[in-house]
Design a protein around this ligand. Structure first.
Ligand code: GLC
Length: 716
């Protein structure tokens, strides 16, 4: 449709029809039981049936036949024949499930993420979906928060890269969104990852400077990549809930970032303005949300119940309603729904796409690259001729798909036991509680083997939304199992299946090797076996620090120095430190081992002075000193030694993943210019200052000082 046709359509719409376009119901509201009675959604509340006839979009349902039936019925019943938009969470895959985003981040390969998101998009569109609620671009620092699994970690630069890659994968890179791609909805705007205490839905309070410096880059990158929608977060920002926050939505998002797409609230977040205590009732909530800039009310029905009367009583400017509705119509138009509400899809196409072998192959490759080798005392890779005891509550557990795998098939997911048929198997314990018989069986199985592979972790029932944990340790029964394994004196390999950084302080001493596998997706078990036996050399690097203790949270690499930074190795009292644990996390951002060994040498800088119109080059030689080929992520960190405000001890400003054959050396170079040195000043201006800068290039954020280079930046 042309723009003027959309505007003509808008003129024909009644107020109720306009309000309908701004209402999203869960898919169940459109489903009928065999006797024709409606299958209501997750929240049992009365829904005027005719509101469904004018509604604009559907939440969380897919499957071409199902979607087609709902769309056909809707088009038949709706006066103006405006098609429904179908939206759902396709976060790390649709039916072919890839590792959780915290694992995807560990690949440090944005191009790979774009590739898998394109597969997810193709599968989702074949099943009738039009929009995915991804990327989740929230920066995270607190592993007590169950939703860290959806993020790519604690660094703004990496989060930018992955957010943009996700948008490009989902939407494609052409001007229009082709029928085998879907729209991307970046979330949760904004700074949901800072929920206090890691407790979900809790207060977020941070300075505007910190919001802009650390949290906005990834949302911005998603918008610059063309994301069609933004989802507002549950939390407050600067004292106002995001869904009622005009400075955030109309100010930063619309005016500053020039976002012209659709803003959708998170689930029930409009109504929750009442619970937050900023709206007396749902009508005021609806008024505040629309005035703040929320276009679609996801499942709170505040709009459905109140907007019409607010407009009729002139309590809300009708033009706000029209501009929101026009944005929804424009989105439907961009997806081609007015020309073809079914976007050329069919059941035959869906079946062909969903069972494509190359998707499963890619899922295995990505899972292998997401894994992070945290420890290896010459135990891995395993030799085929050694007998293996495969023990643990995750050894025969198909719960590998992660919390956002609504359309995946866990029942068809192969387990580690399936993929290690020759191993002697024992469960050893339940996931979270001890069972004596299981433990005794495990002791017997471990006694007979040469090497013990322990599969430990936490299930999806302890990760994702509304699954915050006050302690991030493994269940005591699993620690007991590990200690028993250690007591055998045999090599113990711990494979971890978890969706957040875990406190491994009680694991590390008893394990000879630790492989972080995350929730690795549909082909995760095969990927683990491929890495354990060295078919694939692990190359993952952490994008979120693993604390030494829950009490150490938050701990992250790009922290400020403080006025009393603890000198290396000091036991002095009056410094910023704990008296019972070191300041450093157990495993830092950027860390990950390989079966290969890499040395960094010959660090050099093209010149020691930089000015706004020049660039300088820093280079390092990386050598694989082992006998196996491997991949290394060479990371570039810069420290602004003195700023107008405090500056992080170091910041990731570049990275390059390289592959090296045995004894091969490659030179990795990075270009540094003044734009990379910019930051938000106390007056929120974004600029770089003259002064001294330190540079490191290394395979982790923990860099040796002798590898430090220095340059001075001059602005005059
Ligand atoms: C949930 C989540 C959000 C998701 C939405 C729809 O509450 O917060 O990330 O996209 O509802 O499922």
């Amino acid at each position: 449709m042309k723009q003027e046709q959309l505007e003509q359509l808008l003129l024909k719409m009644s107020v109720k029809e306009k309000v309908g376009q701004l209402t999203q119901f869960a898919g169940a509201f459109y489903m009928k039981h065999d006797d024709g009675t409606p299958v209501t959604g997750r929240i049992e509340f009365p829904v005027e049936d005719d509101m469904l006839d004018v509604s604009g979009s559907v939440l969380g349902i897919a499957g071409f036949e199902k979607v087609k039936a709902i769309q056909e019925n809707h088009l038949h019943r709706s006066r103006l024949g405006i098609p429904l938009l179908f939206m759902a969470d396709v976060i790390n895959g649709f039916q072919t499930i890839f590792p959780i985003p915290l694992g995807l981040g560990a690949t440090w390969e944005p191009s790979l993420i774009e590739k898998l998101q394109a597969v997810a998009s193709k599968e989702a569109s074949s099943a009738g979906l039009h929009v995915s609620f991804a990327p989740m671009a929230d920066l995270v620092r607190d592993p007590r928060w169950g939703r860290v699994m959806e993020s790519t970690g604690e660094d703004p630069y990496l989060n930018e890269r992955f957010a943009a890659a996700t948008v490009s994968g989902l939407q494609g890179r052409s001007e229009t969104i082709s029928n085998d791609h879907i729209g991307a909805c970046v979330k949760h705007f904004a700074a949901y990852g800072l929920s206090e205490g890691g407790r979900d839905y809790n207060t977020v309070d941070l300075s505007e400077r910190e919001l802009r410096e650390m949290h906005m880059p990834a949302y911005k990158a998603a918008l610059q990549a063309g994301a069609k929608l933004v989802m507002t977060a549950f939390n407050t920002v600067n004292g106002m809930p995001a869904s009622g926050n005009a400075p955030l939505l109309r100010g930063m998002l619309r005016d500053e970032l020039d976002f012209e797409g659709v803003v959708i609230s998170d689930f029930d977040a409009v109504e929750e303005l009442v619970a937050h205590g900023v709206a007396e009732n749902e009508s005021v909530a609806a008024q505040k949300a629309l005035q703040a800039g929320v276009d679609i009310d996801m499942m709170s029905l505040s709009y459905a119940r109140s907007l019409s009367s607010l407009v009729e009583q002139n309590l809300i400017d009708a033009s706000l309603l029209d501009e929101a509705v026009l944005r929804v119509l424009e989105l439907k138009n961009e997806l081609g729904l007015f020309e073809d509400p079914y976007r050329g899809m069919s059941v035959t196409n869906e079946q062909a796409v969903l069972n494509a072998a190359e998707h499963r192959k890619l899922a295995c490759e990505v899972a292998e690259k997401s894994m992070v080798l945290l420890k290896n005392q010459n135990v891995l890779p395993l030799e085929r001729n050694r007998s293996i005891a495969l023990v643990g509550p995750y050894a025969d557990n198909p719960d590998l798909l992660g919390e956002w795998s609504i359309f995946g098939n866990m029942e068809e997911t192969k387990t580690l036991k399936d993929r290690l048929p020759d191993a002697r198997y024992a469960q050893g314990s339940a996931l979270y509680h001890r069972e004596e018989t299981l433990l005794l069986e495990a002791l017997d199985v471990m006694a007979q083997a040469d090497v013990i592979v322990l599969a430990l972790g936490e299930g999806r029932d302890r990760s994702g939304e509304a699954r915050s944990r006050a302690s991030i340790t493994l269940a005591p029964c699993q620690i007991e199992l590990l200690k028993k394994a250690h007591e055998t004196g045999k090599p113990v390999v711990v494979t971890l299946f978890n969706a957040r950084p875990i406190d491994l302080t009680d694991v590390e001493p008893y394990a000879d090797a630790i492989l972080e596998c995350w929730h690795p997706g549909s082909e995760g078990a095969q990927a683990v076996v491929n890495v354990l036996f060295g078919k694939t050399n692990p190359s993952g690097k952490l994008t979120m620090s693993f604390p030494r203790a829950t009490g150490q949270i938050p701990v992250y690499y790009n922290a400020y120095k403080t006025g009393r930074p603890l000198p290396e190795g000091s036991e002095e009292r009056f410094y910023s430190r704990y008296i019972d644990i070191p300041n450093e996390p157990l495993y830092p951002f950027g860390f990950g081992l390989s079966y290969a060994a890499f040395t960094y040498s010959n660090r050099r800088i093209s010149q020691s002075e930089l000015n706004p119109s020049s660039t300088l080059i820093v280079s390092v030689d990386v050598t694989n000193t082992s006998l196996v080929a491997g991949e290394e992520v060479v990371q570039l960190y810069i420290q602004d030694v003195v700023g107008e405000v405090v500056r992080p001890v170091k910041e990731l400003k570049g990275f390059e993943k390289i592959s090296l054959l045995p004894n091969e050396t490659k030179t990795v170079s990075f270009e540094i210019d003044s734009e990379m040195l910019r930051y938000h000043h106390s007056d929120l201006s974004y600029a770089s200052d003259p002064g001294l800068f330190h540079v490191w290039m290394d395979g982790s954020s923990v860099c040796e000082d002798e590898g430090k280079l220095t340059f001075t930046f001059h602005t005059s």
